[in-house]
Every structure is written in C-alpha cells, then in structure tokens.
Design a protein around this ligand. Structure first.
Ligand SMILES: Nc1nc2c(ncn2[C@@H]2O[C@H](COP(=O)(O)OP(=O)(O)O)[C@@H](O)[C@H]2O)c(=O)[nH]1
Ligand SMILES: [Mg+2]
Length: 258
C-alpha cells in the first residue's frame, strides 16, 4: 500500500507497556491478515522483544552519547532525540520505504518529550502523515485504579494531546494484573463520567480535595474515554483496533470533505 500506510504512535510514561503493546498489537494485526511494521523510536532501549523493521539506534546511540558527554540516562535520551531530529531526512526516507498497511511507532517514555519539549512531537509530525496517524497514550492500570492516579494520568494525556495535531486514544494497559471488578469500576466512569466527582468527594485528603474536585468536574464535562487492554491475554486489542480504524476513517472523511 505505498503512500497510504497508516501510523500508530505509542506514547506514555516509562514502563506503561509501549514496547510490549507494539509487539502484541503487531502480532494481532498480522494474525488477522493485516501487514504491519514495528518501528523502534527509543534510542535508549536496551533490548526489544520484537525484530524492528526500523530502529533509530542505527542513527543515534544513547549509550555512546551518555559516555562521551558525561550525561545520565535521561539527559542522554533528550540529546539523542535532538540529534535524531538533525537526521530526520534520512530516517523519514527509511520509513517511507516500508510498505505496510500499518506502521507502529514505539516511542521513548520520557514524558517531557511530548508534554513540554517540542522534540517528540516534531519528530512524529515529520515522520507520520497528518490524516493517517493516531496516537495511543498508555496508562498502566496500576495508576488508573486509584482516583488520584487516574485524574493525574488523564490530565497528562490531555497535556500531551495539546502538543500534537493527531487524534489521541487513551489505553489502559496490563488489565490482566488486577481484579476484573476494578476494570468494571473504571468502565463505569466511561459510561457515566459524573461518577468521578462522587469518587473524589469520598477522598480523605482534605489538602488536595478542592483541586481534585475541580479537575473531576472538568473531566466529567469533557468526558472520559479509554480502551482497557492486556498485551498478555490480548483482551481489548480488537476493540482498540476498532477505535484506531474509526479515528483514521473520520480523518479521511474530513479530508475528503474539505
Ligand atoms: N502482566 C502484564 N505485564 C505487561 C503488559 N504489558 C507490559 N507489561 C510489562 O510491563 C513492563 C514494562 O513494559 P514495556 O513494554 O517495556 O513498557 P514501556 O517502557 O512503556 O515500553 C515489562 O516488564 C512488561 O513485561 C501486560 O499487558 N500485562
Ligand atoms: Mg519501551
């Protein structure tokens, strides 16, 4: 499908399951007869569970940068991404050579790349076409099952979404690690977002309650949406792919209507 490939970019805090979902979603797509590439965009990753079709470590080496410049892992990653930006012409050419229906881009976990610094989004916008790209924001279920964690992750997701021009889907990961009941509780927030304000009003921590109530009201107003998944049991992957397709076809319709 030359020139019409679609892109799925995975962002989210370190350890939220981006690399694992790159593999599980790619395997699931292939199993369902859809061609897909796996693109590693994390210059600091030590090992990958998948064989990448493109690996940015071939363009920048975060470990070497750390050694040569006396930087820690976080500083080396940020410098690597800046350096990668200077080589983007080459990287983009390599990406264009991949002729798959979907390209999954496994991003680094440093949220400053996406929420405050321009680099992560600039890189993404140079690689991925505007009308055929969806961003997935991953949230580890362990943070989502506590109401304070849930609210702060939703705010972080919105912060990141303000910095790029793609549609963004929230994905709650690793649902195999918690009881089903917790997931049902989370799903009830999706159905009925006003429930979030009730949950916050039960919080005991008076010092932050007022602020939390304000954020809870805001989320109830704008709506709460996410897809719960597990890369281990593959639960939710079909629904997630449905959401990805829906977002991309909406953009296509928009494109053909303007
Ligand atoms: N049980 C379980 N563990 C997971 C799942 N997804 C990721 N993990 C584990 O979570 C850890 C971090 O995952 P990784 O994909 O490297 O996160 P990344 O830093 O966002 O790329 C690893 O130990 C994974 O094996 C999942 O769906 N279920
Ligand atoms: Mg990773």
């Amino acid at each position: 499908m030359p020139g019409r490939s679609k892109y799925i970019a995975l962002i989210g805090p370190a350890g939220s399951g981006k690399t694992t979902l790159t593999q599980s979603l790619a395997d699931w797509l292939e199993y369902n007869g859809i061609s897909v590439s796996r693109i590693n965009f994390d210059p600091a990753v030590e090992s990958l569970p998948y064989a990448p079709d493109l690996d940015v470590r071939e363009f920048v080496n975060a470990r070497e940068i750390a050694l040569n410049r006396g930087l820690g892992p976080n500083g080396a990653l940020l410098v690597s991404m800046d350096l990668l930006y200077t080589k983007l012409g080459e990287v983009a050419k390599e990406v264009e050579k991949i002729e798959k229906e979907y390209n999954i881009i496994d991003m680094p976990g440093q949220m400053e790349l996406f929420a405050y610094r321009p680099t992560g989004n600039l890189l993404l916008e140079r690689i991925a076409p505007k009308n055929r790209t969806v961003v997935l924001f991953l949230i580890d279920v362990i943070f989502a099952t506590r109401i304070d964690g849930f609210i702060s992750m939703m705010l972080l997701s919105y912060s990141a979404s303000l910095r790029h021009r793609f549609p963004q889907i929230n994905v709650i990961t690793k649902i195999d690690t918690v009881e089903r009941e917790r997931i049902e509780e989370l799903l009830s927030l999706k159905e009925d977002p006003i429930l979030i304000t009730e949950k916050v009003s039960q919080l005991k921590r008076a010092s932050t309650r007022e602020l939390m109530e304000t954020f809870a009201n805001l989320l109830a107003e704008i709506g709460i949406d996410f897809v719960p998944i597990s890369s281990v049991s593959e639960e939710g992957l079909e629904e997630l792919f449905g959401e990805i397709q829906r977002n991309i076809s909406e953009m296509d319709e928009f494109e053909s209507n303007v």
